[in-house]
Ligand binder design. Structure first.
Ligand code: FES
Ligand code: FES
Length: 204
C-alpha cells in the first residue's frame, strides 16, 4: 500500500517531470519560433492569388494582375494581347515561344512572368518598325524560310539574339545559336540561309 510520503514523492517527481517537460517544450517552442523568424527573412511569399506584375516589353511598361505561377508566354498572350510568339510544346522543347530577355533567348513557356520583372523583354510583336519588317523577318520572307509558320516567331527571335551577338556568324555559330528551336516542317536549310544573308543587325 502506498504511504503518504510515497504520494508526496510522486507529487514532487510529477512536478519535476512537469517542469522539465515544460522546459523542453519551451525550448522547442523557442527553436520553432527562431526557425520561423529565420524563414521569414527571405523574400516575402506572394500568391497564390493574383498579384501585380510589372513587365517591360519591347520598351513599354505592361502592368498585369496575374497569379505568380503564370508563365511569361501566357501573361503576354492571354493578358496583354501579344500573340506573335506561339505555344508549341509548352515544356521547353520546341522553341516556338522564344523571346529575348536582356538580349538572351529564353523559352517563355518555361519562364515565370514574375521572375523577369525589371528586365528588358522582347518578343516578335515588337520587332517590326511600323510597316517595315526587321531585317531578320525580311530575310525569312526573301528566302522563303517557312512553311506553316508556327515555329517562325521563335526562330526569328533566336536569330535576332544570335545576330546581335555575332553580326557575321559562322555556319557553326548559326547551328549552335538555333539548336534550341525545332521546325516540324523541315525548313532548316532555308532558315540557315536566311540568317546567313542578314547583315547589319544592331543590338536592340
Ligand atoms: S512552347 Fe516553349 S519551348 Fe515549346
Ligand atoms: S514552318 Fe512549320 S514548323 Fe516550322
Amino acid at each position: 500500500m502506498a504511504s503518504k510520503d510515497d504520494s508526496k514523492e510522486r507529487i514532487n517527481v510529477g512536478r519535476r517531470t512537469f517542469l522539465k517537460s515544460t522546459g523542453v517544450a519551451g525550448l522547442a517552442a523557442s527553436v520553432v519560433g527562431q526557425t520561423a523568424a529565420t524563414a521569414q527573412t527571405g523574400p516575402p511569399a506572394v500568391g497564390p492569388g493574383e498579384v501585380p506584375v510589372r513587365l517591360t516589353v519591347n520598351g513599354r511598361q505592361v502592368n498585369l494582375m496575374i497569379e505568380p505561377r503564370v508563365t511569361l508566354l501566357d501573361a503576354l498572350r492571354m493578358r496583354a494581347d501579344m500573340t506573335g510568339n506561339k505555344r508549341g510544346c509548352d515544356r521547353g522543347a520546341c522553341g516556338a515561344c522564344t523571346m529575348l530577355v536582356d538580349g538572351r533567348p529564353i523559352y517563355s513557356c518555361s519562364t515565370l512572368a514574375i521572375d523577369v520583372q525589371g528586365k528588358q523583354i522582347r518578343n516578335v510583336d515588337g520587332l517590326a518598325n511600323g510597316n517595315t519588317l526587321h531585317p531578320v523577318q525580311q530575310a525569312f520572307c526573301d528566302k522563303d524560310a517557312l512553311m506553316c509558320g508556327f515555329c517562325t516567331p521563335g526562330f526569328v527571335m533566336a536569330s535576332v539574339g544570335l545576330l546581335e551577338k555575332y553580326p557575321n556568324p559562322t555556319p557553326e555559330q548559326i547551328r549552335k545559336g538555333l539548336d534550341g528551336n525545332i521546325c516540324r516542317c523541315g525548313t532548316f536549310s532555308r532558315i540557315f540561309e536566311a540568317v546567313s544573308s542578314v547583315k547589319g543587325v544592331r543590338r536592340g
